[in-house]
Ligand binder design. Sequence first.
Ligand code: DAH
Length: 361
Amino acid sequence: MSDLTTIREEVLPSLTKAATLAELEELRVAVLGKKGRLTELMKSLGAMSPEERKSFGQELNVLKEEITAAFTERKSFLEAEAINERLKNETIDVTLPPRPFVQGRIHPVSQVTEELLAIFSQMGFKLAEGPDIEDDWHNFEALNFPKSHPARQMQATFFMKDGGGDILRTHTSPVQVRTMESQDLPIRIVAPGRTYRCDYDMTHTPMFHQIEGLVIDKSTNMGHLKGCLIDVFKAFFEVDDVPVRFRPSFFPFTEPSAEMDIGCSRENGEFKIAKGKGWMEVLGCGMVHPNVLKASGINPDEYQGFAFGFGIDRMAMLKYGIPDLRTFFEGDIRRLKHYGFIPLDIPAMNIGLSLNGGIKR
Ligand code: DAH
């Protein structure tokens, strides 16, 4: 009898005080487990007289029920508490802005491609694409490079090993032909992409990037070409004025052909847009040659237009002061960290191409 009172007085308060589910379980085992205090007392029932057994047995059962009830109550309390604690800790505050300095970086070539596309798309140009592995027709023949023309040699072409005559495109100009072959007139497209030539030094890599432009309609002329390119370069370098000059040149696929230079200074190795300091060649352009129109299924007596093409990597080097082209393609994460751009800052004409016209790091 007194045993039961002791157990009741000791166990019930400690059950209600148990701080964790593990502690509670320990207490339960100590009383109700195989060798628990109550279990031991149950075992003693066998040795008792029937009267003793009846009354002691009843009291034992009452206590057992009390303890079990107290245990169950505490258990559900502790379980609820654990869930609430988890809910509190694992809550996501969706009103918090994302961390501003995410780990990944956008490669300068991707950045500059996006910047150029933002400019051209605002001017009404659509995006066009063509394959990296080209055939002779699209890369040369339709672009008015006759078979033995010396301009072919100047392109340091990579030929596919199978001898089928396919090549890695040496420029993005074949996309002009593909677009004229497949799209309705008038045409106004830009085609950025990878190009390949067997060349390697500070300013040349075997794989590089170009962007091609093509406008074809009934009246587009050389004046439109100049105005368009001047606007593009002003927007790209994020300045109000870019000194430019057009020099006569030769490309088989344009007539007349020109190269465009921009006025710039290079002091202490730093490139700046500037008047009267010097010139740098940035692109080739011209009026699409009638032979190219014909080869692409367009009547040159009815339609005309201009084309241009330039190196994207070169533009990235100039705008963001990156001295060695080869480092673009080495995949060194440290360089990407230094010269890369924050992914969420997407270039757009209405908010600025690059943050404050400067470099984002
Ligand atoms: N495809 C030429 C090159 O890679 C660049 C070029 C020049 C493209 C004149 C043109 C153009 O569209 O009209 O050197």
